[in-house]
Ligand binder design. Sequence first.
Ligand SMILES: [Zn+2]
Length: 493
Amino acid sequence: MIAYISHKACSRHTASCIPAKSPQVVSFSSLTLYKASAEAACEKTAHPIVTLTYPRLLTPTKRRISYFYDSDIGNFHYGQGHPMKPHRVRMTHSLVVYYWLYRNMEILRPKPVLLSEMTRFHSDDYINFLRVITPDNMQEYMRQLQRFNVGEDCPVFDGLFEFCQLYTSGSIGGAALLNQKEADIVINWSGGLHHAKKSEASGFCYVNDCVLAILELLKHHHRVLYIDIDIHHGDGVEEAFYTTDRVMTVSFHKFGEYFPGTGDVSDFGHGNGKNYAINFPLHDGMDDESFVSVFRPVIGKVMETFAPGAIVLQCGADSLSGDRLGCFNLSLKGHADAVAFVKSFDVPVLALGGGGYTLRNVPRCWVYETSVLQGTEIKDDLPFHDYFEYYGPDYKLHLPVSNMENLNTKPYLETIKQQLFTILSQVSPTGAQIQTGQPGTSMTPPDAALPETARERESEMEERDPDTRVGDGGGGRKEHPLEMMPGGDGTRR
Ligand SMILES: [Zn+2]
């Protein structure tokens, strides 16, 4: 497909230019920054400008999008001075409504998951502890608080378990919707809490909704890809799937004297999972150009070698310029290029939130990425809405980047990229699908990768009428349109 750029922008324009016949005008929308990667031609002359690299980006495919949101999410509070503020999800939703993006998606309120769904990954005693702990009874649980790493970074606050249930329900419900082919893309900006471990809270995360959503996707897909663009290493997800070839985890993150400290390029999986954990360690000052120059080739190679059936994309916004806890220098367009690129493969995507600690920038990022997933353009002037005052003095969607130094040199990025290509050259989708399990072979059936409880549940689900799960809403119920509008009736189940 040929895209045409504005005649004014055609550097080869001369007086002898002849208007092209039936020019097919394709909007680059959010991708203007990277139009050099697409085939483009002057709309009047059809002069080719550059070579086609990723034609699918220019194909305005219509995708069915479901969006999970519960209006209670913004009421939870980690405590005074804590950088993690669930209010940012409510602010994002307000922008989604006032940019009118809600009209292009199915809006769902997640159906709360049961404890038993959380213990498909987490230990029973850890989940029971999260269920009973409150700010009032903390004194009685001093040993467990220490054991489960709850107290400081991951504080006990009112409604902690309900909070975990809410964000997790959107992710598991979203995965179920994708499994049932009820949607092509599902968004849950309240999810993406990638640091939580089996029996331990970590980095503001308690329940690992990414892991649970992947386990749900594994019921229907042989291979699931997890991509993490949060500035922090997606350690909890990597650890959960470190020894399986059914899940590939790919994380781009700041590495070196930075939380959580893991995610070196040499950590690439173990046992059956060897070569299925991909880590791109980065330094301060990562900018759009550097990010795109590594994200696209690495993910392009991952898609080619691993060929996943579904993708979970963690869109942590702490990799943006000016984040309170971050040290990268990405603009919204640089960050969202990852989203656009992942979407371009036409594989089911579950898009999740994650970190993001400069309150006014997180909603900017996620509403913009909602528009990118929809293929809808939204204007830079923010619409007047409930939280308009947060965005002064400019009241613009896009944010400026800083002049900080980018410590990621081209040779460094190239070296790491080549190392990852070498790892990925050992991966093949057919290899992951081979079912042997015969004596004397080193390969095990893919099902061996699933935890015991997951395998039991999987066979349980197969016995049931598959349609009952559709009715189960994939974990959600349709939102009344009024609930989406300011002053609407937000009655709960
Ligand atoms: Zn983070």
